[in-house]
Design a protein around this ligand. Structure first.
Ligand SMILES: CC(C)(COP(=O)(O)OP(=O)(O)OC[C@H]1O[C@@H](n2cnc3c(N)ncnc32)[C@H](O)[C@@H]1OP(=O)(O)O)[C@@H](O)C(=O)NCCC(=O)NCCS
Length: 132
């Protein structure tokens, strides 16, 4: 008899440009919930999936010399993703080409604390090394 909160199996794979909209949709949904009380309400109320933001993910997903994205899915639905890429200038100016960072990591609320984030981070760490 399955547990009441049992969730279906999930898998991990590299993300592609075609995943950009689903990734941004997941990011916006997670942010609106987990950052309530931490970020200004006005900002979170304004936050929505826009072609502009989807386009930024699409660009990063396309640029595989600087970026790597890994996603987790279950039954064809995105349940989490993460991306590694160049260090932001504001973090360590001037950014060195041989330094990268974890730039984004989000797991859908019902899937949190089930090991998805840890699994993504493992693959992303390897991807960061692969990028040099
Ligand atoms: C942070 C996040 C990516 C972790 O993913 P996850 O799938 O829930 O994490 P896992 O189940 O793999 O947990 C791995 C470990 O991370 C730590 N962890 C995860 N969520 C945590 C939380 N909310 N508070 C403290 N530690 C946490 C724990 O040590 C956990 O191990 P444990 O469950 O054995 O104690 C996910 O909760 C998330 O998307 N949060 C909202 C967005 C966010 O904060 N993103 C990161 C900054 S952009």
């Amino acid at each position: 008899m399955p547990q009441p909160d049992a969730l279906p199996p999930w898998t991990i794979r590299p993300a592609t440009v075609d995943d950009a909209e689903a990734i941004e949709t997941l990011r916006v949904g997670v942010w609106k919930q987990v950052y309530r009380g931490l970020l200004p309400d006005d900002y979170l109320d304004w936050l929505t999936v826009t072609p502009d933001h989807v386009g930024r993910f699409r660009e990063a997903l396309h640029n595989t010399t600087s970026w790597r994205f890994i996603l987790a899915e279950s039954n064809g639905q995105l349940i989490g993703y993460g991306g590694v890429g160049p260090v932001n200038d504001y973090d360590f100016p001037p950014a060195s080409p041989d330094v990268g960072e974890l730039r984004t990591l989000n797991v859908a609320i019902p899937w949190q604390r089930r090991g998805v984030g840890r699994a993504l981070l493992g693959r992303l760490t390897a991807a960061l090394r692969d990028l040099g």
